[in-house]
Write a protein of this length. Structure first.
Length: 205
């Protein structure tokens, strides 16, 4: 199955009180770890959706990554729109593929085996969306079949992505994983400290 990825990094980082994508963990920017996690999982292309301080992020990342594999799209209304708006922009930048992973930029510690587990679940069940779960709760990153992209792009109602998933519920499959990275983001300084400590303690593979 040919997969691509959408990485969401358009937000203001308002709760963190610092700009999350450029925070350092293990000598690299957080956003670099997030990109790398997708490439380790075998994706061909990552679409990064930027907004606040987006040009700064793009300038830094262009020095490291192949521009044919890491592509930037901009949500110019990042301060007033929800995640679904950024997802739609990311979708519009995708090269042809069979499915796409969706990941917030402040979740850099997802293990490769988690990405592969949701892919296997999607293939096994012929599902349109596959989520990893921990203790029965859905986590990132979901894998989304390109068969439902038109549905996502056409959705204009209330409820954002939650409502999109609700409408696709009968075509969603879940797979339990043991991956602390699915539980860790960097919404607050405390969250960042916890994430940094975790990543310092292991080698992701």
């Amino acid at each position: 199955m040919e997969t691509n990825g959408i990485l969401l990094a358009a937000g203001l980082s308002s709760r963190m009180k610092a700009f999350k994508p450029l925070l350092k963990i293990k000598g690299k920017m957080m956003i670099e770890h997030s990109v790398d996690s997708m490439f380790r999982a075998g994706v061909n292309q990552v679409i990064m959706v930027l907004g606040y301080r987006g040009e700064e992020v793009e300038s830094l990342l262009c020095k490291t990554y192949d521009p044919s594999r890491l592509v930037f799209k901009y949500n110019e209304k990042y301060a007033e729109t929800d995640m679904l708006t950024s997802v739609k922009l990311g979708i519009l930048g995708l090269r042809p593929c069979e499915a796409v992973y969706l990941l917030p930029g402040d979740m850099p510690a997802i293990h490769t085996r988690t990405f592969l587990a949701v892919k296997e679940a999607m293939l096994r069940k012929h599902a349109l969306v596959a989520f990893p779960t921990i203790d029965g709760y859905r986590k990132h990153p979901p894998l989304i079949s390109c068969k439902c992209i038109k549905h996502i792009l056409a959705f204009t109602g209330e409820g954002g992505l939650r409502e999109v998933w609700h409408q696709l519920e009968s075509q969603i499959v879940t797979v339990p994983v043991e991956d602390m990275g699915c539980m860790l983001d960097a919404d607050t300084q405390e969250d960042y400290n916890r994430l940094s400590d975790y990543m310092e303690s292991l080698i992701l593979s």
